[in-house]
Design a protein around this ligand. Structure first.
Ligand code: ADP
Length: 473
């Protein structure tokens, strides 16, 4: 709505008041000039009707109502136009402030508008570019025409083109990489008015993309190089590992062969000592003592060779168990007899449990574990103290335990007592002869049976070693 519209509204507003007054004036005039004449000529009735309906009521009211409606309509119209003008202004300022180039073309592809962003991007003023063909931005020529034709065809088909990356030329003839979005402009009837084009400068983005591509390629090359090196190292390690495994096998075989040879020799020597003890009547006291010492040393050596052989078998994974259902008490009695024979009247108490289930185990290996634990109990507890062997069972396993009245085990050793070569006091190997292999072998033998072994201290002192064996099904 322009100035003349506003004046019009003002005038109509005035009329709203003026017209009733005019009506009133006419009515008054009528009363003064014609009322008597109408009354005399047409009688009282018409006079009355004219007075009341026209001059008195209808006239002023209709006028007032008509005027009010017109004013409201005009005010509404003014409001709508004000809003449209404001949004037009907002749009125009967004367009001109945009960092992107926003260009509109007429239906023949000539530039109609050219915002500030376009000026900054291409270095041309709007006045220089208006009415020039858009293809000039593409550098002109056949290629530019083909590209523009492709663009307009797509716009006409779909209504828009988005994300089209292309090269333009700025005022200095330097290439500018842009991302182009184009939309068809139509009137209310859908008739094409031209095209709006937004161009975003992507020169930097493209540069970074190129840089990233280059870095990626070099990274891939480096990764491939490192992977190659790693593969070579893995191969080297594999070869070294296979050599080591070969060496380990050779070591285990060597230990096994030597141990067997040693044991055979020891058996022969033990036989000879036994023969001397039984048959040589003329030995003096010194010789007898020497033979006893010789026998002791042979036993120790035999134990050491057995331990080394067992360790070699365990570590080579060649420990073979001959498992069968066996009864535990006979094994216990047999081992206790052996230990008693070896010791000087050591008191060993067996608590018997009738109705023990059979266990599924290798008889010799179970005897070996028990003998080892009894040997230790004998070795590490005073000779006059009793050793107690206890046995118990539930549905799944039989538990054997060996309790002595010795010094027990320091709490810090309980965790490591079954480690290979572990000794609580490594300086006592002369007093309590040993190498820290016995308990290691015991634990491996028990584990191989699917059982568990543990060490603890008794409530009243001494050490308790217990192990379980699975019940034979
Ligand atoms: P060793 O041949 O040295 O006896 P073991 O593996 O049989 O090796 O035992 C490891 C260590 O555990 C021993 O050196 C000893 O210190 C400790 N030990 C084993 N049994 C007992 C026990 N019954 N009482 C106290 N200490 C023990």
């Amino acid at each position: 709505m322009d100035q003349s519209d506003s004046n019009f509204i003002r005038r109509v507003s005035m009329l709203r008041w003026v017209l009733p007054i005019v009506f009133f004036a006419i009515a008054a005039l009528y009363q003064v000039a014609f009322a008597r004449w109408v009354h005399d000529t047409y009688g009282d009735q018409l006079h009355f009707v004219i007075e009341v309906l026209f001059f008195g009521t209808a006239g002023p009211l209709i006028t007032f109502w008509a005027m009010t409606l017109s004013i409201r309509w005009l005010q509404d119209k003014e409001q709508v136009e004000k809003t449209a003008r404001a949004s037009e202004r907002r749009l125009a300022s967004i367009t001109s402030a945009s960092a992107d180039a926003i260009i509109s073309l007429d239906s023949s592809g000539h530039i109609e508008s050219w915002n500030r962003g376009a000026e900054l991007l291409f270095g041309y003023l709007e006045s220089e570019m208006r009415a020039r063909p858009f293809t000039e931005l593409f550098g002109g020529g056949e290629a530019a025409e083909v590209e523009f034709r492709w663009l307009t065809e797509n716009i006409h088909q779909v209504g828009f083109v988005r994300g089209h990356e292309t090269d333009c030329l700025n005022a200095e003839g330097i290439g500018v990489k842009v991302d182009l979005t184009a939309t068809e402009l139509t009137d209310e009837d859908g008739k094409s008015l031209g095209v709006s084009i937004i161009l975003r400068d992507i020169t930097n983005r493209k540069r970074w993309e190129e840089e990233i591509r280059r870095l990626n390629a070099s990274l891939n090359e480096q990764v491939a190089e490192r992977t190659r090196e790693l593969a070579e190292k893995v191969e080297e390690l594999r070869l070294a590992n296979s050599d080591l495994q070969k060496l380990d096998r050779m070591r285990a075989e060597f230990v096994s062969v030597v141990s067997h040879q040693l044991r055979a020799t020891l058996t022969n020597m033990s036989g000879a000592v036994e023969h001397i003890t039984a048959n040589c009547e003329t030995m003096n006291a010194t010789c007898t003592r020497m033979v006893v010492i010789l026998n002791q040393q042979l036993e120790r050596l035999d134990r050491l060779v057995r331990d080394v052989l067992n360790t070699a078998l365990i570590e080579a994974g060649e420990l073979v168990l001959h498992r069968e259902p066996i009864s535990v008490p006979p094994v216990m009695f047999q081992v206790v007899d052996q230990i008693r024979a070896r010791t000087d009247g050591r008191s060993i108490r067996l608590t018997e449990k009738p109705g023990l289930p059979m266990v599924f185990a290798d008889r010799d290996r179970v005897a070996e574990v028990l003998a080892n634990l009894l040997d230790n109990a004998d070795k590490y507890s005073p000779p006059d103290k009793e050793i107690i062997i206890d046995v118990s069972a539930d549905d799944a396993e039989v538990t054997l335990s060996v309790r002595d009245a010795g010094p027990g085990l320091p709490a810090s050793s309980l965790e490591r007592i079954f480690d290979k070569f572990y000794r609580v006091d490594s300086s006592d190997s002369q007093v309590a002869y040993g190498y820290g292999l016995g308990l290691y072998i015991c634990s491996r033998l028990v584990q191989a049976h699917g059982g568990r072994i543990r060490a603890e201290n008794g409530a009243g002192g001494g050490a308790i070693f217990s192990f379980t064996l699975p019940v034979a099904k």
